[in-house]
Design a protein around this ligand. Structure first.
Ligand SMILES: C[S@@+](CC[C@H](N)C(=O)[O-])C[C@H]1O[C@@H](n2cnc3c(N)ncnc32)[C@H](O)[C@@H]1O
Length: 374
């Protein structure tokens, strides 16, 4: 494991992570979580889920409250395996043990059993325990969308750029990738990507901190996978890490432009994003030939929606204090760009094997126009 910033932390945490995995298996955490979340990534209603976990009672209820819901659990009467796990996690800073109050909780974390593994991620914003901490080690429904659309990873060198909690990198390692590198700008994401690699038994995953391709300068991969921050930033948005810019393309544009220098012949970049569209389709489509002239693009756009409800929802989410003012500013900016809608999109950029030329966006096999889902 190479982990630029948190190397010592990850090495020290390995025994506690092994214990977490063992306790989760022993207590059937995957099934319990499925029952609590009803098949969703996170329980939709935190208060309701807490009530349900209390109703479970015993070790099952305590496990769900501690690991799934970020709740404080009393040490008195706590299942011995959970108490011992709590101590081990507290010793490496992943849990807080309040001996005076006789209680234990994870530190801004939840554990999500998903895609055949177990992933630590920041407390979701929908939970009452959520405290914005500047970094979340992201995991979302869009992460799963991208994960389920990953091309072959077996035998390939894979880069997970903007790895969040490391979901794509962990999945690639589990799928038999020859090597995996996870990179992220945000320190908490770097730390949790490294922890999750070890938690899932993939200690050879390399984790590096830094901007875009900077941590892998001069290196090439068969597959670059990325779920960049894509939500357009409202004017004056405070979150420097997001850096998606007013059209949501800030980081994705740079990732696309740098792809040719980081792909091996026959390699590909795959991304999922929501994209702003005008009447001709996603704004990104017309930029692709200029951004990546040597790569063959495949842009499959679907699920298009009108822009105004999207802008209002985005404003409500990012600026609850003044949603109407922010929505108006967003819509003015979108108007200047000719934006009429927003769609979901999978982007693939292929670097032809030596000797083959790149095709244009509009050529056979490439789909640059939005496709509405049925
Ligand atoms: C939407 S999350 C995706 C996380 C994960 N790959 C997934 O599939 O869920 C985007 C990630 O990009 C990271 N990020 C933002 N700006 C970045 C930059 N300039 N360079 C590298 N990573 C960046 C964020 O910290 C965040 O972890």
């Amino acid at each position: 494991m190479t982990a630029a910033a948190p190397h010592a932390t990850v090495e020290a945490a390995a025994p506690a992570l092994a214990q977490l995995r063992a306790v989760a298996d022993e207590l059937g955490y995957g099934q319990l979580y499925g029952a609590l979340a009803g098949g969703a990534l996170f329980p939709a209603d935190h208060a309701e889920a807490l009530r349900a976990a209390h109703a479970f009672g015993g070790a099952a209820g305590a496990t769900l409250r501690l690991l799934a819901l970020g709740d404080r659990v009393a040490l008195a009467g706590l299942d011995e395996r959970l108490a011992s796990l709590g101590e081990a996690l507290a010793a490496v800073g992943l849990a807080a043990l309040d001996t005076a109050a006789g209680a234990l909780r994870l530190v801004d974390l939840v554990a999500v059993p998903v895609l055949g593994g177990l992933l630590l991620t920041g407390t979701p914003p929908t939970f009452s325990t959520y405290e914005p901490s500047g970094g979340r080690a992201y995991l979302g429904e869009d992460s799963l969308r991208l994960a389920r659309a990953l091309p072959r990873v077996h035998g390939r060198h894979v880069l997970d750029l903007g790895s969040g909690c490391g979901v794509q990198g962990v999945l690639a390692a589990a799928g038999g990738a020859t090597s995996v590198v996870c990179t992220d700008l945000e320190p908490r994401s770097v730390e949790l990507s490294a922890l999750n690699a070890v938690l899932n038994g993939h200690g050879t995953v390399e984790v590096r901190g830094g901007d875009a391709y900077a941590p892998v300068a001069g290196r090439r991969f068969d597959l670059v996978v990325t779920l960049p921050p894509y939500l357009p930033e409202p004017p004056g948005a405070p979150d420097a890490v997001v850096a998606a810019g007013p059209d949501g393309l800030g980081l994705l544009r740079r990732i696309v432009a740098g792809a040719a220098d980081h792909l091996r012949p026959g390699g590909e970049l795959v991304a999922f994003a929501q994209l702003l569209c005008d009447d001709a389709g996603p704004l990104l489509a017309r930029e692709l030939p200029g951004l990546a002239p040597t790569l063959t693009p495949r842009l499959v756009a679907f699920d298009q929606h009108p822009i105004e409800p999207f802008a209002r929802e985005l404003a409500r989410f990012t600026a609850p204090g003044d949603p109407d003012g922010i929505a108006t500013a967003l819509l003015d900016g979108f108007d200047d760009l000719g934006v009429t809608g927003v769609c979901s999109a999978y982007l693939r950029l292929l670097l032809p094997a030596s000797g083959q030329g790149a095709r244009s966006v509009g050529s056979p096999g490439a789909s640059a126009q939005p496709r509405r889902s049925t």
